[in-house]
Design a protein around this ligand. Structure first.
Ligand SMILES: Cc1cc2nc3c(=O)[nH]c(=O)nc-3n(C[C@H](O)[C@H](O)[C@H](O)COP(=O)(O)OP(=O)(O)OC[C@H]3O[C@@H](n4cnc5c(N)ncnc54)[C@H](O)[C@@H]3O)c2cc1C
Length: 412
């Protein structure tokens, strides 16, 4: 009998957990992982901490080489999948063509720079990979780089901002919406966070965008140039660098249009199966059950990527063994959770901030913390918590953990 091959496209958290689950569930065939990242993956969560000096380079890699080796995976690192042919069961890559029996797509997502004007001779910084983090670290290490503009106001932008603040840079944040964290925070919590940012010396330009960037030659300046930024509100300011994080986009360009069911990402069932029975998806590329809405949504967090990768790997191991996949392998669904620290500021959220006629909001101020609760009837469906006193941080983490559990338990 010829050996079966499970191909894993993208070898980050979701991909590694798929491989672990395949082996833990008795699959002994070939696992081929194709990734344009390194063979031993880093954690995107930690990249900004490396840029900011809170983590060493080595600390950004959650698995050791020995742990990855023990999975007996053939890894093609630095290799891009250019196309998947789901009918022929093949992957076309920059290192040739490979056949598979089952495939897990786990290519993650990338920050979007859409909306940032094309500027000849200048590429903005982004934050996803170790190379991205290194670029920010290198820029910040140059004494001529003093003023940085961060464009975008969501989690990745704020984590980039934190790295810049830690490096002693003068930071301005520009955001299209009236408040930061518009996907995760209601205005009361966002305002409190914004006040904290301003108290730390961050300049906020909210409700506006970058309309244009001009590169001005200056021998004395960082990289021999200054960036003259014109904002949509008419302001004009000079910066040494710009970092852009205008949301995230799942990496799905290698899937021919119409071959797999895609909404914002790959639509999957409870075993992470896409619309093709031999193709699975996990992590930031998967649109799986979100428990509060009851809809399939992208919940782009580390824990989901790990659980979904494990779910796909287990299900494939059963299927290739000719066994029914037990219900215990199913992905139970998830809720969105976020934790962001910038200097003395801590923001924690979980659940939903979507309001409707059945939901009400309660704002509560206690012990240097602001909490916003979203209730549906008596059931807690979401919360935001902002803590700006480092002495209360432990308490804030504990409260955030308990509130998250409360939302999750109410859904069971
Ligand atoms: C700056 C930042 C901060 C974050 N902070 C948090 C946090 O605090 N908490 C949290 O839970 N989550 C956080 N996240 C999100 C979290 O990192 C992701 O949800 C998680 O890493 C997703 O895992 P994944 O396996 O789906 O994708 P990834 O870990 O990104 O792995 C995907 C891999 O696929 C590779 N790839 C992409 N396209 C191709 C292709 N065509 N061919 C071959 N390989 C390809 C990529 O190079 C990458 O190695 C953060 C993300 C960022 C960027």
């Amino acid at each position: 009998m010829t050996q079966q091959t499970v191909a894993i496209v993208g070898f980050g958290t979701a991909g590694v957990n798929a491989a672990i689950a395949l082996r833990n569930n008795g699959y002994e065939g070939k696992i081929l992982a194709v990734t344009d990242g390194p063979a031993v993956p880093y954690s995107p969560i930690l990249t900004s901490y490396y840029a900011g000096g809170q983590k060493t380079y080595e600390e950004c890699f959650p698995w050791t080489e020995a742990e990855i080796d023990s999975l007996n995976v053939e890894i093609l690192g630095g290799c891009t999948v250019e196309a998947i042919d789901v009918a022929a069961h093949t992957l076309r890559t920059t290192s040739g063509e490979f056949a598979y029996d089952k495939c897990v797509i786990a290519t993650g997502s990338n920050p979007v720079t859409r909306g940032f004007p094309q500027v000849e001779g200048f590429e903005p910084l982004v934050m996803r990979s170790m190379d991205d983090a290194q670029a920010l670290k290198d820029a910040a290490a140059d004494p001529a780089c003093k003023r940085v503009l961060v464009s975008g106001a969501s989690m990745v932008a704020l984590k980039t901002l934190e790295a810049c603040v830690l490096r002693g840079l003068d930071v301005t944040l520009v955001g299209m919406m009236p408040h930061v964290l518009d996907m995760n925070a209601l205005p009361a919590a966002a305002e409190r966070f914004e006040r904290g940012l301003e108290a730390m010396g961050v300049s906020l330009k909210l409700g506006t965008t970058i309309a244009g960037v001009k590169v001005i030659a200056d021998d004395q300046a960082y990289c021999g140039r200054q960036l003259e930024v014109t904002f949509a509100n008419g302001d004009v300011e000079l910066f040494d660098h710009v970092s852009v994080a205008h949301g995230m986009r799942s990496n799905l360009d290698f899937i021919p249009a119409g071959d797999l069911e895609i909404d914002r990402a790959l639509l999957v069932d409870e075993f992470m199966r896409t619309s093709n029975p031999d193709v699975y998806a996990a992590g930031d590329v998967a649109q799986a059950l979100e428990l509060i809405s009851g809809q399939r949504r992208i919940v782009g967090i580390w824990k989901n990527a790990a659980l979904q990768g494990a779910c796909a790997g287990s299900a494939i191991a059963y299927e290739l063994a000719g066994l029914p996949v037990p219900a215990s392998c199913a992905f139970a669904g998830s809720i969105s959770t976020n934790t962001i620290v910038v200097g003395d500021l801590l923001f924690i959220s979980a659940g939903t901030i979507e309001l409707n006629d059945d939901r009400r909001v309660e704002v509560c101020e206690k012990l240097g913390m602001l909490a916003v609760y979203i209730y549906e009837g008596e059931r807690l469906v979401g919360f935001n918590q902002v803590c700006d006193n480092p002495e209360d941080r432990r308490l804030a983490y504990d409260a955030g953990g308990m509130l998250t559990l409360r939302i999750e338990r109410a859904l069971k």
